[in-house]
Design a protein around this ligand. Structure first.
Ligand code: PGA
Length: 248
């Protein structure tokens, strides 16, 4: 049985006070009815304070990005061993905003993934197609290529032990959501590819991301290959985030 997961990607939002209020709100709303593993991914500078607040809870902590190098002359970067050191358990790699705005290639994403695993972190690997790619009918080609780059780097077993988030770029922050059937089709494809590459695909948690809200979460999470969500905008409000967690 795969435990569902809901991860909040705060992106470039918050302040020390705002982050504290948000974590407080999440902790106050936790109860036994939530079956999901909950993870929050604040900006780097709020990781430490969040770690302290989460200490006596089961809420996991993740970062939004990581350097592919462990140490050295890489000004402005944060390494996987550093993230582990401040108490992170997870790290998002290959988010579409990193791929498109910061020119991260499939190969770099693979190296970041490897660095995270080597440091004892669980990567949350994001894959997904743009609107043009979907319209051209090459969604599987794109997602398959993104997945294969990481499999080539670390092997299918390692990838299957991570978390994979399918996030169609056209659905991120746009209010457009993939229908449960559209998302399920890509999730099933990812699981099949992982299986064919020799990974333990039945155990891999596959999250859907892209405008998940309390109103659409339950229908998405009801699909057989959707094991939870990676939540952007709606994770900035404790009530909405918790409502999504309850929908797993
Ligand atoms: P969104 O972002 O929920 O705001 O669409 C999702 C993501 O980018 O992870």
């Amino acid at each position: 049985m795969r435990q569902p997961m809901v991860a909040g990607n705060w992106k470039l939002n918050g302040s020390s006070q705002g982050a504290k209020a948000l974590v407080d709100g999440i902790l106050a709303g936790l109860d036994d009815t939530i079956p999901a593993q909950i993870v929050i991914c604040p900006p780097f500078v709020y990781l430490q304070q969040s770690r302290e607040m989460l200490q006596s809870s089961d809420v996991g902590l993740g970062a939004q990005n990581v350097c592919a190098e462990d140490k050295g002359a890489f000004t402005g970067e944060v390494s996987a061993p550093m993230l582990h050191d401040v108490g992170c358990h997870y790290v998002i790699v290959g988010h579409s905003e990193r791929r498109s705005l910061y020119y991260e290639t499939d190969e770099l994403v693979g190296r970041k993934f490897e660095s995270a695993v080597n440091a004892g972190l669980v990567p949350i690997l994001c894959v997904g197609e743009s609107l043009t790619e979907r319209e051209k009918g090459i969604t599987e080609t794109v997602v398959g290529r993104q997945l294969k780059a990481v499999i080539d780097q670390v092997g299918a077993i390692q990838v299957s032990q991570a978390v994979i988030a399918y996030e169609p770029v056209w659905a991120i922050g746009t209010g457009l959501t993939a229908s449960p059937e559209q998302a399920q089709a890509v999730h099933a494809y990812i699981r099949k590819e992982l299986h064919m590459a020799g990974g333990a695909a039945d155990e891999t948690r596959l999250l859907y991301g892209g405008s998940v809200k309390p109103e659409n979460a339950a229908d998405l999470f009801a699909m057989p290959d959707i094991d939870g969500g990676l939540i952007g905008g709606a994770s900035l409000d404790a009530e909405s985030f918790l409502a999504i967690c309850r929908a797993t």
